[in-house]
Write a new protein. Structure first.
Length: 64
């Protein structure tokens, strides 16, 4: 699992950690919007406040 999240990225910067749609499936980060959450979201470059191309639906980040 190493290499999924960039080194030195504070976990508090990653939207998934506090999103009510996030869940863990064996060996991948998933949510109701994506089967596999895009790298740009996992490293904190995109807080997923708007739907992205390739999503399964229009679900966006919602704090738990």
């Amino acid at each position: 699992m190493s290499g999924i999240i960039e080194h030195n990225v504070p976990l508090t910067k990653i939207a998934c950690n506090s999103c009510k749609h996030y869940y863990w499936v064996v060996d991948k980060f998933s949510c109701k919007a994506f089967d596999s959450i895009p790298h740009e979201i996992l490293i904190g470059d995109n807080m997923h406040t708007e739907p992205l191309p390739g999503q399964k639906n229009n679900i966006i980040y919602e704090e738990e």
